[in-house]
Design a protein around this ligand. Structure first.
Ligand code: FAD
Length: 512
């Protein structure tokens, strides 16, 4: 039985490993950290307080993938509905945005006449294009020059899917995709609050602000396929994948960082580990980011020059920091007594998100960062002591290339700015903090091996998606080195906890 090595035990590495193991390969996953899960691994903030993953959003997990893997037999389950999000406001009680739009209509209408109906119309459009977007994300990206009937059919299917939307939605999709998220959302909302809250994912991991062209496409891709969260968060997903992988005979070697992917006569022959040791294998799937895999782990000039140049040009300017808080009581949002919210976004206006991004663009930290907040102890009280909360915050924008570097002082100053913004919507939170952890993009690079501290292994921008992800010459998981494949978030359909890049990489290998 021939051996396959997967570099990285994040969720995509586990999915690829599981599919290859079930297809009869002897699979070893090598992981530099001492835990399985990559960015999905749980971590302790301080004794008694745990966040179930570095990030907190599992709404993008592809149900078809996890169902086809039979992960429910290994403990995976989902909440019953997509989560609601509190659009928190520094001046009043904000508004709750439910995935089922009619539940938010009245509250939005009270905020501003017309916004409730705007939200219904916006969600209505997203639900009508869901099937088409989902199809695009779950297929390998189309070849520029189809080389077989199957490829032609693939392209044709995408075209037919687009046409089947019907003329109005097809034209609307084509009109909206290149737009900026801010203009698109303002067509539906007069009040700045819902537009700012809904624009947030457009600016995440993109090195763009909501007023940049193309951000509507990221928002479309994120929102139109959202579903319920995984029960137990990202860590529960990777735990079920690990159980399934080990049941299929796969093995995981922790604290085994790959120093070099060995290439002989144009073909991969195995991996050399840091500190010595070589594992021989004719098949290696790198689920770490493409720059790490192809620039750091293989000898320079092993790849054809044009491919190496493309990889060097992949943009990975991290601008998200992670802040975890342990509180000695439950968090209370302004004028929301008696309510518990597991998710909140904090930004009063689209311009605030743009200004936060402007700061990062010029290599400084935003003084008023935009916050994507999760309180995982709301749904799983075991993550914090009884009656207390643990809070997981994605804070934008904090540039990897901070002027002066990420000193302890810089990190703490940014942590203070994050708490200041949170305090403005949740009065009293600052006084209840018993522990705080701030991870800058530079820390994310050190701890998680993310080049540039980039959360998606490569920016989500129009020129780095679909058949351009991570580059046009590497868009189908295969590299010019025989036996070497890419299979992490740097590949189509991109970052987020979806399981899709790992599944498509395995499919490409098994069909080759
Ligand atoms: C702070 C933060 C917040 C995020 N928030 C969200 C969000 O809200 N919503 C969302 O959808 N997505 C979010 N993301 C993005 C999402 O988490 C990632 O796109 C996804 O989890 C990456 O999964 P992966 O399996 O592709 O890679 P990873 O989880 O990065 O796994 C790659 C693995 O490779 C290992 N590795 C690297 N180099 C080596 C080596 N040389 N040898 C051996 N092992 C190696 C790493 O240690 C890691 O375990 C966030 C990411 C971060 C960092």
């Amino acid at each position: 039985m021939s051996r396959a090595i997967i570099i990285g035990a994040g969720h995509n590495g586990l999915v690829a490993g599981l599919l290859l193991a079930r297809a009869g390969r002897k699979v070893t996953i090598v992981e530099r950290r001492d835990v399985v899960g990559g960015l999905c691994a749980a971590s302790e903030v301080c004794p008694g307080y745990t966040v179930p993953g570095l990030h907190h959003d599992t709404t993008g997990v592809r149900r078809e993938v996890v169902e086809s893997l039979g992960l429910s037999r290994f403990g995976l389950s989902f909440e019953s509905e997509a989560p609601s999000v509190l659009a928190a406001n520094s001046e009043h009680k904000g508004v709750v945005l439910h995935a089922e739009a009619k539940r938010s209509r009245d509250e939005l209408e009270m905020l501003q006449r017309g916004d409730g109906d705007g939200y219904l119309a916006w969600r209505g459009f997203l639900s009508r294009i869901r099937g088409f977007v989902s199809g695009v994300l779950s297929e390998k990206p189309p070849l520029m020059k189809p080389d077989s009937i199957a490829e032609l059919w693939n392209m044709g299917k995408t075209g037919i899917g687009l046409r089947r939307l019907g003329k109005p939605d097809m034209l609307e999709l084509m009109r909206v995709a290149p737009m900026c998220a801010a203009d698109w959302l303002q067509e539906y909302f007069g009040n700045p609050l819902p537009a700012a809250a809904l624009a947030a994912p457009a600016a995440t991991g993109a090195s763009l602000g909501p007023w940049s062209a193309g951000t509507a496409a990221s928002l479309l891709l994120y929102e139109s396929v959202r579903g319920p969260e995984v029960k137990g968060g990202p860590a529960a997903l990777t735990q079920s994948l690990q159980r399934a992988f080990e049941a299929a005979g796969g093995e995981i070697a922790l604290e085994s960082a790959v120093a070099r992917i060995r290439v002989e006569s144009g073909a991969v022959s195995g991996v050399e580990l840091e500190g010595g040791g070589f594992i021989e294998a004719p098949l290696v799937v790198a689920s770490c980011d493409p720059k790490r895999a192809l620039l750091d782990l293989i000898e320079p000039a092993t790849l054809p020059l044009d491919v190496e140049e493309q990889v060097a040009s992949i943009r990975v300017r991290g601008s998200t920091a992670k802040v975890n808080l342990a509180l000695d009581g439950p968090i209370h949002f302004r004028d929301r007594d008696g309510e518990r919210h597991a998710r909140a976004v904090v930004s009063d206006h689209l311009d605030d998100i743009e200004r936060a991004f402007d700061a990062a663009k010029y290599r400084t930290c935003s003084e008023r960062p935009h916050l994507d907040v999760s309180i995982p102890s709301v749904n799983d009280p075991s993550l914090a002591p009884a009656g207390k909360d643990v809070v997981s915050i994605l804070a934008h924008a904090a540039p990897y290339q901070l002027e002066g570097g990420w000193s302890d002082d810089a990190r703490e100053r940014f942590g203070d700015a994050v708490v200041e913004v949170l305090e403005s919507v949740a009065p009293g939170v600052r006084a209840s903090i018993v522990a705080r952890e701030v991870l800058s993009p530079a820390d994310l690079e050190d701890r998680y091996g993310l080049t540039g501290g980039h959360i998606h292994h490569g920016e989500h921008a129009l020129d780095q998606l679909l058949f351009m992800r991570p580059t046009s010459k590497l868009a189908r998981y295969k590299t010019p080195i025989e036996g070497l494949y890419l299979g992490g978030s740097g590949s189509h359909p991109g970052g987020g906890v979806t399981c899709q890049p790992g599944a498509l990489a395995a499919e490409a290998i098994l069909k080759s």
